[in-house]
Design a protein around this ligand. Sequence first.
Ligand SMILES: Cc1ncc(C[n+]2csc(CCOP(=O)(O)OP(=O)(O)O)c2C)c(N)n1
Ligand code: SF4
Length: 283
Amino acid sequence: MVTLKELNTPMKIVWCPGCGNFGILSAFKSAIIELGLEREQIVIVSGIGCHGKIVDYVNTNGFHGIHGRVLPLATGIKLANPKLTVIGFAGDADCYDEGWDHFCHAARRNVDITLIVHNNMILGLTTGQTTSTSQPGFKTKSTPFGAISPSLNPIANAIVSHATFVARGFSGDPKHLQSLIVEAIKHKGFSYIDVFQPCVTFNYLNTFEWFRKRIYKLEDHEVTDKWKALEKSLEWGTRIPIGIFYKEERPTYREHLPHVKSKSLSMMSIADMDISEIIETLM
Ligand SMILES: Cc1ncc(C[n+]2csc(CCOP(=O)(O)OP(=O)(O)O)c2C)c(N)n1
Ligand code: SF4
């Protein structure tokens, strides 16, 4: 079983002191240890942004991709080799802006991957502009008169897009987040966790304190009830729920492909495949 020491890398962590990303990093490593996964089994994928550095800080296989494309990369890796445990780390701009179109399709396809979104409601790496989860009225360099449009609701969107595991965590509560990550990785199908990850340098509004005053844990909540999940996902303001909103069992994408089911595409022989008939139809 992998130890915390083995999961660490020699890379210097360059996140700002106190950044919410630290809570996600620590919760993730603890979840891997709790699950008893080996490093070789895991592939982590990230986008571009402060969050993307997480690939440098965990000693597993890793792919630091391009902005907005965590989900296509994670999907491709999992489809090529189903034996791997694939976890994508995206930023809110990364996933909910530039990569938004991939989100609903990944959810409805139900490829067996996990997506963790570091939602700091701001573009961190580019030094503080609004994203689609920024609060209306939020003044930044890109919105000097305040953000105009209502915020996007990723949890509600995931539920209506048929995601089979939908949760929200808070990086200020890494123990709770660890339990969500464990459940998400164990889940068969697309599992998604939106994580409140305060950016202590640029987001002066959605601070650790702001979240602590508002968040509460979902308890006595029927996770298989889609209507209830949707109702909870709309709750925002003085009280904001965290925890598992929705969960269902549905065949994964690969289970709909009986000819490849449990085989790695990379291991399949193409030597005796005859595709001449298909080619004929294209002529
Ligand atoms: C294709 C592409 N578009 C835009 C950028 C510029 N860019 C770099 S990081 C970033 C956004 C970072 O914000 P977020 O995804 O929320 O991550 P954070 O830095 O807050 O972790 C953008 C737009 C880029 N590098 N590549
Ligand atoms: S800019 Fe914000 S998100 Fe980026 S490392 Fe600093 S505190 Fe974290």
